[in-house]
Design a protein around this ligand. Structure first.
Ligand code: C2E
Ligand code: MG
Ligand code: MG
Length: 618
């Protein structure tokens, strides 16, 4: 019994102990739960506060835009809709690049790269408003990332910098532009000159700098008064600007001194000298147009000093000095004149001007004549002849077309000269046909300027009818530059020529754009492989590949293919092996007079076989 009692009290003690332990443990858990709850509630409070803070930030007066990683807009704040005029719904779901994000100077992929590297990027952007207006904004971009997926969103914060830009512009205007004429001032032009000089040195181009002043400006100013003198300067600035290209810069240094900067866009110094000479002539010719000042006509002339850069000059100031020295020399030569800094430049410019002067008279003086170069087929039969112009210049002798055609092209004289060539060639071809000469065609070179003329097709039609030459006996040789300049115009003119029955040949193929697309679009009859490929068939493997590719291409486009400049039997054999069908070159004949061509055709009777040129009549 005692044993039973002891056991019972032991059990109750144990139970009490267990209960006590359980109670303690429950209490501890409760405390832990209470602590946890308190912590969570504290955290919630913090998060809520953060959210409140974030919401307030998002609603700030700074426009904010949030996109996903594909730049699809997810959110914009009211400041953004106010600034751009778009509604929130106009924007959400559209691509942000539609109106911003593109930096003014950097493409998106570079911005993206910066975001990947640094997580943020800032720069200026032009934002398009709903009404189409563009506003300059400063954009700060931040990439939002998560631990697993990398970038998930982009946040862009903007500030409108229109006012800042306006102020900057005003400051720029004051600092870099002449307040009287509105032209760039000395500081600005020296800056541009510095850039252009570096560009010319780096890319080996040649540009020009003009230094000009008004002859006797002091007298004009004294007699007319300063106000009227100012009007004259403004008007002169306007006229100078009207006579140069958009890429050229006219600037006023101060007083009556003006500069013109022609940036270097050609690698050939002589071309730049020629271009500068032409501009110079235009400017000197301005002296013939009176200025109306205070109701009176005044004739004003300029003197011009020109230098070509980079050629020896290492700084803008040095260039300025060279042009100034040249101006001083020009003044010494009398009013309304121009002078180049280097005697060599002066010589090139004078030669060009003299050539232009002589060319103007050459037609009246009957100084041009035509030579005809036979074009033969694979059997050596003369099929046609290319008319090539020759000029005997008084006191100088024969001048190569490659020297005078570009000058004639530049000053527009190529139009009357080209018309003369067309007329003469058609007359000669018509005569040959009447004589019974079995010649298929005469080929006439057409220059870009001539072809550009609106009445070119009408002129061809007129010449054909005047000379009674059936159109199929005329072939016009056009170069690539003629057609690529304005493909639509070229197509409509060539279609019209085709309708007349005149055929067209693509001259010097392979030297320019050599685009398949225009060849297939335009109604060419023949393709002439430029002689430079033929000349170096065995010198440079690349050229033989080009020549054979052109032949294959012509074949697949159903064009007749003629190789120019064939000088040797090896060249002929190679071309023949690769399916070329027509040839022209010294191997067969030099360009000859009309009588000589008749003689060549009369003496030929056999088909061409290997061996020396033995031309046949078709
Ligand atoms: P082009 O139309 O490609 O004429 C072919 C030129 O290659 C001619 O030079 C011709 O004499 C030359 N030639 C022919 N066979 C050979 C040869 O085997 N070897 C070499 N080295 N040369 C050869 P040309 O007569 O001096 O004419 C040069 C360029 O002047 C012509 O090139 C053409 O672009 C232009 N030209 C000539 N006459 C006229 C014309 O009446 N009007 C126009 N707009 N341009 C013309
Ligand atoms: Mg030609
Ligand atoms: Mg040619």
């Amino acid at each position: 019994m005692a044993y039973g009692m002891t056991a019972l009290s032991l059990a109750s003690c144990l139970l009490a102990f267990v209960l006590l332990v359980a109670l303690v443990s429950i209490r501890r858990k409760n405390t832990a739960i209470a602590n946890l709850l308190k912590r969570k509630s504290d955290q919630l409070e913090v998060s809520e506060e953060e959210l409140r803070l974030l919401a307030t930030t998002f609603d700030s007066h700074e426009p904010i835009l949030i996109t996903d990683k594909d730049l699809t807009i997810r959110r914009v704040n009211p400041a953004f809709t106010r600034a751009t005029g778009f509604e929130r719904l106009d924007l959400v779901g559209t691509k942000a690049s539609m109106f911003s994000l593109e930096d003014r100077y950097l493409p998106w992929h570079e911005i993206h790269h910066a975001l990947e590297e640094d997580g943020q990027f800032s720069g200026e952007v032009m934002c398009r408003k709903k009404n189409g207006q563009c506003i300059p904004m400063y954009q700060r971009l931040t990439a939002v990332t998560d631990r697993h997926r990398g970038t998930t969103h982009y946040v862009a914060v903007y500030s409108d910098i229109t006012e800042q830009k306006r102020t900057q512009e005003k400051i720029n205007k004051l600092a870099f532009f002449d307040s009287l004429t509105g032209l760039p001032n000395r500081r600005k032009i020296l800056d541009s000159l510095d850039r252009e000089l570096a560009h010319a040195q780096r890319y080996e181009t040649a540009g020009a700098l003009f230094f000009m002043d008004i002859d006797n400006f002091k007298d004009i100013n004294d007699t007319l008064g300063h106000d009227h003198g100012d009007c004259l300067l403004v008007e002169l600035g306007r006229r100078l600007t009207d006579n140069v290209r958009k890429s050229d810069t006219v600037s006023r240094l101060g007083g009556d001194e003006f500069l013109i900067l022609l940036p270097g866009d050609t690698s050939n110094e002589e071309d730049t000298i020629e271009h500068a000479s032409r501009i110079c002539e235009k400017i000197l010719a301005l002296s013939e147009v009176p200025y109306i000042i205070a109701g009176q006509k005044h004739y004003v002339s300029l003197s011009i000093g020109i230098t070509i850069f980079p050629s020896n000059a290492s700084s803008p100031l040095e260039l300025l000095k060279q042009a100034d020295t040249a101006l001083y020399k020009a003044k010494g030569g009398g009013k309304n004149s121009a002078c180049f800094f280097h005697p060599e430049m002066q010589r090139v410019a004078e030669n060009r001007l003299a050539m232009e002067r002589d060319l103007r008279e050459a037609l009246q003086r009957d100084e041009f004549m035509l030579r005809f170069q036979p074009q033969v087929d694979g059997g050596g039969v003369i099929r046609g002849a290319e008319a090539l112009i020759r000029w005997t210049r008084p006191g100088i002798g024969a001048v190569a077309p490659e020297q005078f055609i570009p000058v004639a092209e530049d000053c527009g004289l190529i139009v009357p000269i080209g018309n003369w060539v067309l007329q003469e060639s058609c007359e000669q071809m018509s005569k040959w046909l009447q004589q019974g000469l079995a010649l298929d065609h005469v080929s006439v070179n057409v220059s870009p300027r001539q072809f550009r003329d609106a009445d070119f097709v009408a002129r061809v039609a007129r010449v054909l009818s005047e000379t009674q030459l059936p159109a199929r006996h005329l072939m016009l040789e056009l170069t690539e530059s003629v057609v690529v300049e304005n493909l639509d115009d070229a197509k409509s003119k060539m279609d019209a020529l085709n309708a007349l029955g005149v055929r067209s040949s693509m001259d010097d193929f392979g030297t320019g754009y050599s685009s398949l697309s225009y060849l297939s679009e335009l109604p060419f009859y023949e393709l002439k492989i430029d002689q430079r490929f033929v000349r170096s068939l065995f010198v440079d493997r690349k050229n033989s590949v080009i020549a054979t590719t052109i032949i294959a291409m012509a074949k697949s486009l159903h064009l007749r293919v003629l190789a120019e400049g064939v000088e040797s039997e090896e060249q002929l054999e190679f071309l023949r092996r690769h399916d070329c069908t027509n040839y022209q070159g010294y191997y067969f004949s030099q360009p000859v007079s009309a009588c000589e061509l008749e003689r060549l055709m009369a003496q030929a009777g056999n088909e061409y076989h290997h061996g020396p040129p033995n031309l046949s009549v078709m």
